[in-house]
Ligand binder design. Structure first.
Ligand SMILES: *[C@@H]1O[C@H](CO)[C@@H](O)[C@H](O)[C@H]1NC(C)=O
Length: 585
């Protein structure tokens, strides 16, 4: 049997979750001596001096409410090295078998054969993945057979999580997780042509995926259909050319551009290439100042694609933070250089394009960069010193930053309310359908270590409520009438008509915005496949006690690859809860 286990904070417990928690308590410790379900979080040792050396910026209150942090769960069972939000209303979180036992045990009789055990035949009874209910905090263990350490992923057209690579026996594996019911991982061994450890996966306009790079894999390849094996890959010399002695070019930043070409950033260089044949179409200027990719882990996003004035876009990519090139070497000598403070923006399709540089209020490495439903960016997690790698960072940055891409340079960053949980290496975050942000993971140790370390392994999960959900804006917040959401999705170029209510003052068309967000797969500070489109509103009218709004969906999959998107309706910048809408040919 597979139970639902919950040890949520009492005030958040709902009746169902309470029953689940009681069930979990009853189940732990039964059946053949194997403990199943959530294990207790071991006592954490008191914070060390290094732990208390944290960066908290003064909150910029001029913009009003600066957000709010809540604990969603004291123990998710696994530390969320990888995180994605599925369309069935749950998040999936997973770590790696390399860090050893997690705090979630698999159901009795369902252990994994550990291919690396010595002597052979040893069993691993830890769950390394969980399905996390972000409304109740309940967790369900999932069973991963092969090591997912530093792997990659993306959603297919049906919302299936297709997940690639990892370490050792997992390096060529493709895994699929169905977004419904009580599904579990289905694994396809030896599927990839090259090993993909620290690779980036990108969905293409035709719905296929490329997997780019990975340790000693200077190439990309297509993920074959389920059950088929891939034998071919296409070389990408840039990946070889940008490999420093400590790499600094893993988990490359990959973005699908509106032309259907692919932007690839590795270390400090970037190109645009044609994913059909690997042909390099353009090399962009170097982004000076240091390294931006693992282990110098900076952040990057494709800025929102604004379709309100038509589809002839000038897409822009942003790259922020990272570390000096020698940071990893210094880490080995117990030294932690300052993280990079700069942010570069470039339009990769523009001939002669240059990086436009701006500065964050504080340097950041291993941060996450999420696109919020409004089109602003949220920069969170990470550290002000050091780089990726076990125990190679100091000065966790607890202050999230809001980045407004449309404001003038120098006025784009706003310091928001800080968390009090350091989350550096192996932490993650995700935009939830309710427009809040799930923040999880963080493990700078080689195992689940809670004492005797500067930064205990983080199994707590937080929710950050951004400024646009300020208490005084509650009445303004629109609510989409779910009955109006097209059950079969929309085709490219269709009009999308939704009805919504708003309890605030009368809403006019000028107050409105409609955005659609591709839910990413986030790990190591990069949200693979993240993109947000701002749709053109073509009709708006009050209808009884509701409003009816029609938006123009993108006409082609180069703008938005097929799949499920979170569609938000915004009134005066306050987003609704999203509706999941599929866009397909
Ligand atoms: C972390 O935990 C593992 C497994 O219990 C242990 O072997 C290792 O020594 C611990 N590391 C530290 C720094 O305490």
């Amino acid at each position: 049997m597979r139970g639902i286990f919950s040890l949520t904070m009492a005030p958040l417990l709902r009746p169902g979750a309470l029953a689940a928690a009681l069930l979990a308590l009853a189940v732990v410790g039964v059946a053949q001596g194997q403990q199943v379900g959530l294990l207790r979080v071991p006592n954490r040792s008191p914070p060390t001096k290094a732990n208390m050396d944290r960066v908290v910026l003064p909150v910029d209150n001029a913009g009003g409410f600066a957000g709010l942090w809540n604990i969603l769960s004291e123990n998710a069972g696994v530390s969320a090295m990888h995180l994605a939000v599925m369309r069935h209303g749950k998040a999936v979180m997973f770590d790696t078998t390399t860090t050893g036992p997690s705090l979630m045990q698999l159901p009795a009789g369902n252990c994994r054969v550990d291919p690396r055990s010595d002597p052979p035949g040893g069993m691993d009874c830890s769950a390394h993945a969980v399905e996390f209910d972000y409304n109740t905090g309940a967790v369900r263990p999932l069973k991963i057979l092969t090591d997912t350490w530093c792997s990659s992923g993306a959603f297919d057209v049906d919302g299936m999580l297709v997940q690639t690579g990892g370490y050792f026996e997992g390096v060529k594996v493709v895994r699929r997780l169905n977004p419904q019911g009580n599904a579990d991982w289905v694994e396809f061994p030896n599927t990839l042509a090259e090993g993909r450890w620290y690779a980036t996966q990108q969905v293409l306009p035709d719905g296929r995926f490329i997997v780019v790079g990975g340790r000693r894999s200077f190439s990309y390849e297509f993920v074959p259909a389920a059950g088929q094996l891939n034998t071919q890959f296409t070389p990408l010399p840039l990946l070889q050319q940008t490999t420093d002695d400590v790499e600094n070019n893993l988990y490359p930043f990959v973005h699908l551009l509106p032309e259907g070409t692919v932007f690839l950033f590795a270390n400090d260089r970037s190109i645009v290439f044609d994913p059909q044949n690997g042909q390099v179409l353009r090399e962009l200027p170097k982004l000076n100042g240091g390294a931006r990719n693992y282990p110098a882990s900076g952040m990057s996003a494709l800025l929102p694609l604004d379709l309100r004035r038509g589809e002839r876009l000038s897409a822009e990519v942003i790259v922020c933070g990272g570390a000096p090139k020698e940071a990893f070497k210094l880490g080995e000598a117990n030294k932690f250089p300052h993280a990079l403070r700069d942010c570069g923006r470039i339009n990769p399709s523009k001939p002669g394009a240059r990086w436009a540089i701006d500065f964050m209020p504080v340097g950041r490495v291993m941060g996450d960069m999420l696109i919020l439903p409004t089109g602003d960016l949220l920069l969170l997690n990470g550290a002000a010193q050091g780089c990726s790698g076990w125990v190679f960072a100091r000065e966790p940055v607890l202050t999230p930053l809001l980045y407004s891409p449309r404001k003038r340079r120098g006025a784009r960053f706003r310091a928001l309310a800080a968390s009090n949980i350091p989350r550096m290496y192996h932490s993650s975050s995700a935009v939830l359908p309710d427009a809040t942000v799930l923040v999880a993971g963080g493990n700078t140790n080689s195992a689940y270590n809670f004492s005797g370390v500067d930064f205990p392994t983080e199994v707590r999960v937080e929710r950050y409520t951004p400024p646009y959900l300020a208490p005084e804006l509650v009445a303004t917040r629109p609510e989409i009438d779910l009955a109006s959401v097209p059950a079969n999705g929309v085709k490219y170029g269709d009009k999308l008509t939704l009805r919504f209510t708003s309890r605030g003052p009368a809403v006019t068309e000028a107050d409105m915005k409609v955005t659609m967000y591709a839910p990413p797969f986030t790990t190591h500070g990069f949200s693979q496949n993240q993109r947000l489109l701002v749709l053109q509103v073509t009709a708006f009218k009050p209808e009884g006690n509701k409003y009816k709004i029609t938006a123009q969906t993108p006409s082609k999959p180069t703008l938005a690859p097929p799949g499920y998107y979170l569609v938000f309706v915004l009134v005066k910048g306050v987003p609704s809860k999203a509706a999941w809408v599929k866009i397909h040919p």
